[in-house]
Design a protein around this ligand. Structure first.
Ligand code: AMP
Ligand code: GLY
Length: 424
């Protein structure tokens, strides 16, 4: 079969890499794809995932058997609906279901309707009312732009004054455009975060291994929030007992709730969790796609074939008894351009990727482009250096040994990825 992967980040390179290993798959193509994905199959850099007409036209032209949509923007733009109308099998949720990620107020109201544990919240369309609310509450809180803001529309506010500043930035200065015209103000939850993934056809569910990412730019979880500076799997904070609660109290009610509301959920549900000191899980956020860079670590760890799961979800016949086998551990360390997540320079030659890869290490591309015989930087997060090992420590050591072999001007990575698993 022929599979089209939509997207251009490290996550899509990892998906294409894993899908290409399936005995069922003859060819993988990417739209727009990235420089690393061109080593796996043809890419169509002119086809943006949010251009639904262009994606449908490409799927027709190439007569693909399955489309796998990586990022949230094409899902929120309705690319899955358009592809399904055109008769294609799609791993990716509908535009209506994508609201779980594209609207924080939709997600919070949905959780409330279905009794899914999450932070207390209030929604505002008016800056003055929001400011009055945070003043009256008088405690630390989290202010979020309602719409998609590439993971940056969240302000952690220690004081009401911080919260008022965040409200003004979102609603008056419109830092995130329309995405901040409505905001959600949440209780600041304490605990440790983890990521959990469920693949579903809307009814049957197969869950993946546990993982955790590192969102802040700097060591010790300092600095600004980023898309994610690294990830590891498994995440020991998600104990077996906690995982059971996540399934019973969050995953199943969410998938059932979406179905009952007429938004059958076909794709992957990403549950961002906060787990408190007693091991009680609550939802920080739902995403409607795989995490980046958690996916890089998960897929390097996953043994066996991913494609039957993707197909099962796409065709509405997922086998819930599918037993997945996992290698012991994997760690992904992101190498970023100096300055990220703020302004950074591009066009820096990248050296050493081939030396860095071996039986245990895969280097996934994100912000790179082909330049002559090699690659140069072309984005904030440049590479996801991913290693497996017999435990998290070995995987971490291998990933950092590989990072030390790769060079580009201004490169930076965190030096403490996976420390939360190792310092317990
Ligand atoms: P989000 O985009 O909603 O996932 O938020 C980004 C990050 O902000 C999360 O990964 C958490 O680290 C943090 N965060 C968001 N909401 C909360 C909350 N209610 N309590 C504590 N931390 C939060
Ligand atoms: N790693 C966080 C995300 O994909 O949203």
């Amino acid at each position: 079969m022929k599979v089209l992967v939509v997207g251009s980040a490290g996550r899509e390179h990892a998906l294409a890499w894993k899908i290409a290993q399936s005995p069922k798959v003859d060819e993988v193509i990417g739209a727009p794809g990235n420089a690393g994905m061109t080593r796996i199959g043809r890419c169509f850099p002119g086809v943006s995932g949010t251009d639904c007409d262009a994606v449908v036209a490409l799927a027709r032209e190439e007569e693909v058997d399955l489309v796998v949509v990586g990022p949230e923007d094409p899902l929120a733009a309705g690319v899955s609906d358009r592809l399904r109308e055109a008769g294609f099998a799609v791993f990716g949720v509908s535009q209506a279901a994508a609201q779980l990620e594209s609207s924080k107020s939709f997600a919070k109201d949905f959780m409330q309707r279905h009794g899914i544990p999450t932070a207390a919240y209030a929604t505002f369309d008016d800056a003055a009312a929001a400011s009055a609310y945070v003043k009256a509450q008088g405690v630390a809180c989290v202010v979020k732009a309602d719409g998609l803001a590439a993971g940056k529309g969240v302000a952690m506010c220690e004081t009401p004054a911080d919260a008022e500043a965040a409200i003004a930035e979102m609603m008056n200065d419109r830092r995130f455009g329309d995405a901040g015209d409505r905001i959600v103000i949440e209780e600041w939850m304490q605990g440790e975060e983890a990521s959990y993934y469920a693949i579903t056809d809307g009814e049957n569910v197969v869950t993946l291994a546990t993982s955790q990412d590192h969102k802040r730019a700097l060591d010790g979880d300092r600095g600004e929030n980023t898309g994610g500076m690294g990830a590891y799997s498994p995440a020991p904070v998600l104990t077996e007992a906690c995982e059971k609660r996540v399934l019973e109290e969050i995953v199943h009610p969410a998938i059932r709730g979406m179905r009952e509301e007429g938004n059958r959920y076909q794709g992957v549900l990403y549950v961002g969790l906060m787990i408190d000191a007693e091991g009680v899980p609550r939802v920080v956020e739902f995403n409607v796609r795989f995490g980046d860079p958690e996916t890089q670590a998960l897929l390097v760890r996953m043994q066996g074939d991913l494609v039957p799961l993707l197909e099962g979800a796409a065709h509405g016949r997922l086998d819930a008894s599918t037993a997945l086998a996992w290698g012991d551990a994997a760690v992904c360390v992101v190498m970023a351009s100096g300055g990220y997540p703020r302004a950074y320079e591009s066009g820096k030659a990248i050296r050493g990727v081939e030396d860095a890869e071996d039986d245990h290490v895969v280097v996934f591309h994100a912000g790179t482009k082909l330049a002559g015989d090699g690659f140069e930087t072309a984005g904030g997060r440049v590479l996801g250096v991913t290693a497996r090992g017999s435990d998290v420590r070995e995987a971490r050591d291998r990933a950092y040994a590989a990072v030390s072999k790769i060079h580009f001007e201004g490169a930076f990575s965190r030096s403490d990825i996976a420390s939360r698993a190792l310092d317990r």
